[in-house]
Design a protein around this ligand. Structure first.
Ligand SMILES: [Fe+2]
Length: 339
């Protein structure tokens, strides 16, 4: 794909994730003891996880949401940063500077915040604060150019969500996956903003405007450096009694080997190893049949769970999903053949 001179593609990286929760002691066990991240408790209302030399990769604040509330995107240079700001401003969408406290908590010099799909605030920054002190962590993680990992979001309005990330960050479609899960036909769109195969995945029930997931984010993914790191994390998650949502398996599109644990807040946490890196000179989007080459079996699924999920999905029929229309294109059919 050729780059337009205005494109910021490749200069955008998932930098941090903000989570609101009341379950601090469970999250400390989950993030540090099970997943293997470095933990810093700042005060009784604030906890952070580190994966590398960035001061903060996950910021946990006390509050009732039990969910991801904001995504922070690192932008490589001020020119790209200004371009993104100009797009948001031109669309008439409010963009605000975070306070000094906001920036300090997230371990960045300065940040701007604007509304995102499903009420997930989007934040952009250029300079992360670096902590020289060595990590006290049980896992080694892959971040750098690829960013900290990815998020997967369920949506009733997937084409709008895709358009949002394309408009704001010049996201590119890596591929689609079609799959039947629990009898429902799913279509997932995988978007990249740099060499990582996807930084955002959008999953939707085909032809059905319902969202079966309570949380705004269905899962967060982090990438570990070695197979041994992945196996050790799997063993710690199991030993500490956190739910294993999907057993070890390998994805069809990015070939990542991974498992999914249940977080204390209810969304899922994928620990993956060895995903492919996209070569822009040869990559062509395609459609894969199914999420996994093998594995990713669901343990302990009961009819009651499926029924509860279905009921929640039906409940979402009446609720309108936030899309930030000024940045999400207009007149795009949400369940048409495109998108
Ligand atoms: Fe994932």
């Amino acid at each position: 794909m050729t780059d337009s001179p205005e494109s910021v593609f490749g200069r955008v990286h998932l930098g941090y994730v903000v989570i609101e929760t009341e379950k601090f002691s469970d999250w400390r066990r989950f993030g540090a003891d099970a997943i293997g991240m470095h933990v810093d408790g700042l005060d009784t209302r604030t906890m952070r996880f580190r994966m590398d030399d960035h001061e903060c990769r996950f910021l946990l604040r006390r509050g009732p949401a039990e969910d991801v509330t904001a995504l922070g995107w690192q932008i490589d240079d001020h020119e790209s940063f200004d371009r993104i700001v100009a797009r948001i401003t031109a669309a008439g969408v409010p963009i605000r500077e975070g306070s000094e406290e906001d920036s300090a908590l997230r371990g960045v010099e300065r940040l701007l915040r604007f509304p995102g799909p499903k009420g997930i605030a989007q934040e952009i920054f250029t300079t992360a604060r670096i902590r020289a002190a060595p990590l006290r962590a049980n896992s080694r993680f892959v971040t750098g150019e690829s960013g900290l990992g990815h998020v997967a979001i369920t949506s009733k309005r997937p084409t709008h969500m895709r358009a949002y990330f394309t408009t704001v960050f010049d996201a590119r479609l890596s591929d689609y996956i079609d799959e039947t899960v629990n009898g429902a036909k799913l279509k997932a769109r995988f978007l990249r903003v740099n060499e990582r195969h996807h930084s955002v995945a959008i999953a939707a029930l085909r032809g059905l405007p319902i969202d079966p997931i309570r949380t705004r984010v269905q899962h967060v993914n982090v990438q570990v450096a070695t197979l041994d790191d992945m196996v050790a994390a799997y063993q710690r998650v199991t030993r500490l009694g956190f739910p294993m949502m999907w057993e070890v398996g390998q994805h069809t599109n990015d070939r990542e080997l991974s498992f999914y644990a249940g977080t204390p807040s209810g969304f899922e946490w994928e620990v993956g190893w060895n995903p492919i890196v996209v070569d822009e000179s040869t990559w062509e989007p395609s459609t894969h049949a199914g999420f996994s080459v093998w594995g990713h079996q669901r343990e302990g699924e009961t009819i009651a769970h499926k029924f509860a999920q279905f009921r929640r999905g039906l409940g979402s029929l009446g609720s309108r999903e936030e899309t930030v229309p000024a940045l999400s294109g207009s007149g795009i059919p949400d369940h048409g053949p495109l998108g």
